[in-house]
Ligand binder design. Structure first.
Ligand code: HEM
Length: 954
């Protein structure tokens, strides 16, 4: 437990610290280092608390002063201060056992490191809330200039979020008068997402425009609309420039040691286990986690309408490459060498608005009032399990209820399989594209694969498990108060026996959506970001730091707020610091435990949400960092539970589990075998040259083009360009991360010069230079206003290199490429720090903004059973996991409970599993170890033919 006294020495200096040369590393005794660190802590205290800066260019970039670095991480933290990467990952205790100080040093040192990391992350989040919210729906001017004397960030209701007169619920919410959701619109998650916010009915609903996290002026850099973008990129960029298929083939392709055993991801006949497609696997994250995140994105957003884009077709590259920095046509021999396809065509992305945006001025600055083009999110932005339950009037027709009990989802037995059954197949009358025929009926049917099939079936079973338990309680105590209330008759007690099938169905949806959000927040994410600060941070998002046993950290954060802003009357400051306050109690359930709670009044039902002055929707930049296709291997190592789980019996190409073939495989082989298969195998690392071959050659017959194929990996780059995502370096500056100054920054110079990782990075730098090129720089051209040089001068085209020299086109690197190339990541991070910073903002916002996760997380909406189910991960009291994983006493994780409940055959396999997204047969070792080593009993599993071990603790 942290002592408050220790905590106050964590404060950060007021200004970004200038880069400095690394001091030579000398061997210092642990005790001496501790003494030096303490001295540094005292120096840091004298400098006082950091203030959130007034302008974006003065953000702290995740870099702290030398004293703070020394205080929190000793010499190691100081040594890496001059790299572009955030400092906290070098603090004590933030890595594996080797980051923990030796025993002779006091425990407070380690705690200081972890708490310092949490504090840096909190500062990042506050600054992100202040500088990175840009709504496209017409509210941005109010955000900047305020309205009716209220500061923009403190606004809570927007006319733009009203339902329009042609909406069928227009009258029900108040028509032309003040709009407020009432009655059934208030009780449940609605199909198209309206009325989550009681006073802003349209917010987050299907068809609202995607937001942005970057200044509108920096979007669509190809269109050269601002002087900065012109100075940054010259005339080098276009939709197909640099060529996306060339980028895909040169920078993203997986190298194969035996191409004949892989066959571009098609494997060998009869799913022979002799097939092999090399990929770079992550030792601490399994394939189930890859499909989980695809499953999540199908809940959160989509640019497509019913699985397709706009009717116009476009070319997709494989036509040019740079020769002496000039785009030059590819020759047929080069095309063949690359393996790309100039004949591929793809349908263009939909655009909602492309007329020039309006402008306004405020405080002497000129602003755009939206991005030059906008796109619609055709899904609900809420975390409402809409991939299962529907998001519009078409998708809901694919959601089948059980005719014998309308509260349940329809599950049908599959011949030869026992258990609760499987989702039915789409029937001819259902709305569908021809290629979906034969696959399971689900609200979101696109890109259906075996993993998506598995998760849909699992949560349909979970829905029915909840209904069954509710019915059991109803049979046991029919006259008991179930906790539910109807806002139309709020005083009337609803007994178990009074609950209608429709009410029970909607309640189960609320519960399943909350469980999914909980799994994602405290199980998936802490495994994606496998270290102690993130374990604490994510649990704090959900339960609050109080819930994690860190009452002292929580208290210290509150003190920080009070000492900085406690006496402020400034609503803007209060809004920024709200997120810090929320670290104490946690975001989940915020505002739900208010005395006198009344479900007929918006001030209670809606009282816990906070949109920070900008209506909630996902930004285009969020979609970009979820383009996680490298996670998917080409071949699935198929295992069977009834045989020896340690044996891979087949290698099944992922591509052969696409669409109806997923359903066939699921029905024939059964959920338990697929759980075992997906749970044991490692997913692919998010790095360069690790994208699946099958996705580079995906057949999409619906395209009716000369090849009928598309390179999805190249398409990721094209779509980002269509959506105007800024290129990587400006993307980082916009999010408050330090810029890179050449491709050489993609090399981790702390690695041994002859290490294979470093040699790979150096090879990638060479290819980046060939693909993206170089130019002669012009120091008179200022390229950004989002960041400044360490000496406070403006950043120009030369990025610190002498004027007129040939420098790397680092500014042109596509964001997807840049984040995959990042060589330095915090310990246990499957994603890079650039992707992570996008999550810091948006992952907490989608909790802060959702009434059903905050002030409406109450028995009146969920029932008593529902509230307990979400809190305890299922029926009955919370179950506690064996031992102290990573030093924590913790409940059995929520997904493990869902799996045990709905696929009980897995109980022996899951016995030693702590986190369902950690490869199931891995020995987790000690403290955030990333080793690849079999747990006892799995020694004969061939996937452990090459093992690695953790560094020993000091
Ligand atoms: C076998 C697995 C997968 C297949 C076949 C697949 C296929 C596709 C295709 C064809 C598109 C292009 C849509 C378009 O813009 O026209 C796409 C987009 C996308 N995929 Fe995947 N994908 C797979 C797995 C994943 C995974 C594991 C993730 C992880 C998050 C993911 C995230 C995305 C995202 C974020 C988009 C952009 C969606 C949008 O713009 O709305 N995909 N995928």
């Amino acid at each position: 437990m942290l002592k408050l006294g220790t905590f106050v020495v964590l404060c950060i200096a007021a200004q970004p610290s200038p880069a400095q040369d690394s001091p030579p590393q000398t061997a210092v005794s642990p005790k001496k280092e501790e003494a030096e660190a303490l001295e540094a802590c005292a120096e840091a205290v004298l400098k006082g608390l950091q203030k959130i800066p007034a302008t974006r260019d003065l953000r702290f970039e995740g870099k702290v002063s030398e004293a703070e670095a020394l205080c929190r991480g000793g010499q190691r933290a100081v040594q890496f201060r001059n790299t572009p990467w955030v400092d906290w990952s070098n603090y004590w205790g933030t890595g594996d056992a080797s980051s923990v100080p030796p025993l002779l040093v006091s425990k407070a040192v380690e705690e200081r490191g972890i708490a310092g990391a949490l504090l840096d992350l909190e500062y990042q989040r506050i600054a992100l809330i202040k500088f990175n919210l840009f709504d496209n729906n017409g509210t941005y001017q109010q955000y900047v200039s305020g309205r009716d004397g209220v500061g923009g960030p403190a606004l809570k209701v927007w006319p733009e979020m009203r339902l329009k007169p042609d909406d069928p619920n227009f009258k029900a919410v108040g028509g032309d008068g003040g709009q407020e959701c009432k009655g059934d619109l208030l009780r449940w998650r609605t199909i198209n997402g309206i009325c989550n916010d009681v006073l802003n009915p349209a917010m987050g609903s299907s068809g609202q425009l995607f937001a942005r996290n970057v200044e509108f002026e920096t979007t669509f850099p190809e269109s050269n609309q601002s002087v900065y973008t012109r100075n940054r990129h010259g005339d080098r960029l276009g939709l197909l420039q640099p060529d996306p298929q060339v980028i895909s083939r040169r920078l993203l392709t997986r190298a194969q040691s035996n191409p004949a055993a892989c066959l571009d991801g098609h494997g060998l006949p009869n799913n022979s286990k002799e097939a092999n497609c090399d990929y770079k696997p992550a030792p601490f994250f399994n394939v189930l986690a890859a499909y989980w995140i695809q499953f999540m994105t199908h809940d959160w957003f989509s640019h497509l309408e019913e699985g397709h884009n706009a009717p116009q077709f476009m070319e997709v590259g494989c036509t040019t490459q740079l020769v002496n920095n000039i785009p030059t046509p590819l020759t047929p021999a080069q095309i063949q060498d690359l393996g790309c396809r100039p004949q591929d065509r793809m349908d263009r992305g939909y655009v909602a608005q492309d007329t020039p945006p309006g402008t306004f001025s405020s405080g002497g600055h000129q602003y755009l009032d939206r991005a030059p083009k906008t796109m619609k999110n055709t899904n609900t932005a809420w975390w409402d399990a809409s991939q299962l339950y529907g998001y519009d009037s078409v998708s809901i027709r694919r959601v089948k209820r059980d005719p014998s009990d309308q509260a349940k989802l329809l599950l049908e037995p599959s011949p030869g399989q026992s258990g609760p059954g499987y989702l039915p197949v789409l029937s001819p009358g259902d709305p569908m594209n021809p290629e979906w025929a034969g696959q399971e009926a689900a609200a979101f049917p696109d890109n259906w694969t075996i993993g998506i099939s598995f998760l849909h079936n699992l949560f349909a079973r979970e829905h029915n498990s909840f209904v069954a338990e509710f019915r059991r309680l109803a049979a046991e105590s029919p006259n008991a108060d179930c906790g539910l209330r109807d806002p139309a008759a709020p005083k009337k007690v609803i007994h178990y026996k009074d609950v209608t099938p429709e009410e029970l169905f909607q309640m189960a949806r609320l519960v399943v959506a909350a469980e999914i959000a909980k799994i994602h927040t405290i199980e998936w994410t802490p495994q994606l970001l496998y270290d102690e600060p993130l374990y604490k941070g994510m649990n704090a998002n959900w339960n609050g730091l109080l819930g994690t046993g860190d009452a002292e950290v929580s208290k210290a954060l509150s003190n920080l707020v009070v000492s900085s802003f406690g006496k402020s009357k400034d609503v803007v400051k209060e809004t920024q610091w709200y997120s810090v306050f929320a670290s104490g109690p946690g975001i989940f359930g915020l505002g739900s435990k208010v005395h006198g709670y009344d479900i007929t009044k918006a001030k209670y039902t809606n009282g816990g949400v906070n949109h920070f002055g900008s209506p909630f929707n996902f930004p285009e930049e969020f979609v970009s960092v979820y383009r996680l296709h490298p996670l998917v291997p080409d071949l699935l190592e198929y295992r069977e539970l009834g045989k020896d789980p340690n044996q891979v019996v087949e290698k099944i190409p992922v591509i052969d589990t696409f669409e109806s073939r997923a359903t066939e495989f699921m029905h024939k082989r059964g959920a338990a075998n697929w759980a075992l298969t997906l749970g044991r195998q490692r997913l692919g690392l998010l790095e360069l040259n690790n994208s699946p071959a099958f996705l580079q050659n995906l057949k999409l017959p619906r395209l009716d083009t000369p090849t009928g194929q598309i390179d999805v990996v190249a398409l990721d780059i094209i779509r980002d360009r269509e959506h105007g995502v800024p290129r990587f370096n400006e993307f980082r500056r916009q999010y408050g991360l330090r810029q890179l100054t050449s491709f050489d920054d993609f090399v981790d110079h702390s690695l041994a010069p002859d290490s294979s990782a470093r040699l790979d990075q150096e090879k990638a730098v060479k290819v980046l230079r060939e693909v993206y090129g170089q130019h002669v720089c012009d120091a008179s051209k200022v390229i950004t206003d989002a960041q400044r040089n360490p000496d406070n001068t403006e950043i120009n085209d030369c990025l610190g290199h002498p004027n007129g020299t040939l420098i790397d086109n680092i500014e042109d690197v596509d964001t997807v490429i840049g984040y995959l190339a990042e060589p330095v990541r915090p310990h246990g991070y499957a994603i890079s720090e650039t992707q992570f910073v996008v999550f810091i903002l948006n992952a907490s916002r989608r909790l802060f903004s959702d009434r059903f996760f905050t002030s409406s997380f109450r028995p009146e909406f969920y029932s008593r059973l529902g509230v307990d189910w979400v809190n305890n991960n299922g029926p009955g009291p919370a179950m506690i996991e064996k031992g102290m994983p990573n030093g924590h006493r913790q409940p059995v994780s929520p997904l493990k409970r869902v799996l045990l409940r709905n696929i009980p055959e897995l109980s022996a396999e899951l016995d030693t599993v702590v986190n369902a997204f950690d490869p199931w047969a891995r020995d987790r070792g000690q403290y955030y170890c990333l080793q690849w080593k079999p747990r006892p009993g799995a020694e004969s599993d061939a996937s452990f033919s090459q093992t690695t071990s953790c560094p020993a603790s000091k």
